[in-house]
Design a protein around this ligand. Structure first.
Ligand SMILES: O=C(O)CCC(=O)C(=O)O
Length: 235
């Protein structure tokens, strides 16, 4: 693996896809752990207001905060640590590991940025991995807008509309997808029985730990800690 080239690609495009990064054995095990945690019909965690306004239907779980050791091999993976250092530089830190579960028939996640882009040096890094294949049949493909990490605020508009130049990613089991927190991204509706992804978020040296508290959607800015819409955005 040529980390230098990967880091260059990442900084140009705002995202990176590496297939077969994690083994099938680890992914199968984590998929089982995740399903055992959620069951097939878990309750929503976000407020109705958030789900309705943000058009985002996902249930988060933070297993490492609960001392679940099953996910430690991800955080400890040397290749992932080296690649992260190439991208973020010395002094980077793990932020948290969040598993995301979406039910069949739900709308996925609308276009968003994980934090406001006004200060380009203040961002998080999404280090996403997939414990099952995601494709046309399962739905839930991840969509990115190349280069948008350098384009400022996600334009106001329809939360789920197709944008010219968007790229549809269909990550397979074990694929690593790295997305800059300011890069515009979303998730398509779920057609399969369920959709799972997990995100070992990281931050550059000196980044505030609450960097992902305020997310930018095309119609709102939302603060998770107070469960509040802090701005309604107009087209
Ligand atoms: O699950 C995915 O593929 C994308 C997740 C995402 O949008 C995020 O963690 O901000």
């Amino acid at each position: 693996m040529n980390d230098q080239q990967y880091a260059r690609d990442f900084w140009e495009q705002g995202y990176l896809v590496i297939e077969n990064f994690f083994t099938d054995g680890l992914m199968d095990h984590l998929n089982q752990v995740i399903l055992a945690h959620f069951g097939r019909n878990p309750d929503w965690e976000h407020s109705d207001d958030f789900i309705q306004k943000s058009a985002t239907e996902v249930i988060p779980w933070f297993p490492l905060r609960e001392g679940d050791v099953n996910f430690q091999p991800i955080e400890k993976d040397e290749l992932l640590k080296n690649l992260t250092k190439r991208i973020l530089g010395k002094g980077w830190e793990s932020l948290y590991l969040m598993v995301m579960f979406s039910k069949q028939g739900t709308q996925g996640q609308a276009w968003h940025q994980d934090s406001p882009p006004e200060n380009s040096s203040r961002f998080n890094l999404n280090r996403l991995f997939y414990t099952h294949d995601i494709n046309m049949k399962t739905g839930g493909q991840t969509i990115v807008y190349p280069g948008s990490h350098k384009m400022g605020e996600l334009p106001a508009g329809n939360p789920h509309e197709d944008l010219e130049n968007q790229i549809v990613l269909s990550p397979k089991k074990g694929t690593l997808v790295i997305i800059h927190g300011h890069c515009w991204h979303r998730v398509l509706p779920i057609k399969g029985e369920y959709r799972v992804s997990a995100n070992a978020r990281a931050i550059p040296d000196g980044t505030p730990k609450d960097i992902t508290d305020i997310a930018v959607y095309r119609n709102i800015r939302y603060r998770f800690s107070t469960q509040e819409v802090i701005e309604e955005r107009q087209k």
